[in-house]
Write a protein that binds this ligand. Structure first.
Ligand SMILES: [Zn+2]
Length: 101
């Protein structure tokens, strides 16, 4: 008989949880669109350093989406990242600025 307190039952519940299809975290979903939106937003405000929080707020993205997009843009040489004062919230933080084309 399987009771909720039985250790065997707890184990089978754990195994069941482990074998359930993993939910894809949102930031792993195809975020090419998110990257483009971040790039466009930064391009429209050249020489304006913006922190992740302000980018996330402006674009209604999660911080994680912003981080992932910014990292991709920096890696592909489309914008620059550094520790500076954010133009929006005036907090010294990791900010991103688009290269002036
Ligand atoms: Zn900010």
């Amino acid at each position: 008989m399987c009771t909720p307190l039985s250790p065997r039952c707890a184990l089978s519940a754990r195994l069941k949880a482990m074998t359930e299809p993993l939910r894809r975290p949102q930031w792993l979903s195809d975020n090419a669109d998110a990257i483009e939106r971040v790039a466009r937003y930064l391009r429209n405000r050249p020489s304006t350093p913006l922190c992740d929080a302000c980018l996330a707020k402006a674009l209604t993205f999660s911080i994680t989406d912003v981080r992932v997009s910014v990292r991709r843009l920096v890696a592909t040489g489309r914008c620059e990242e550094g520790l500076w004062w954010c133009a929006d919230c005036a907090t010294k933080a990791s900010v991103t600025v688009a290269f002036s084309a």
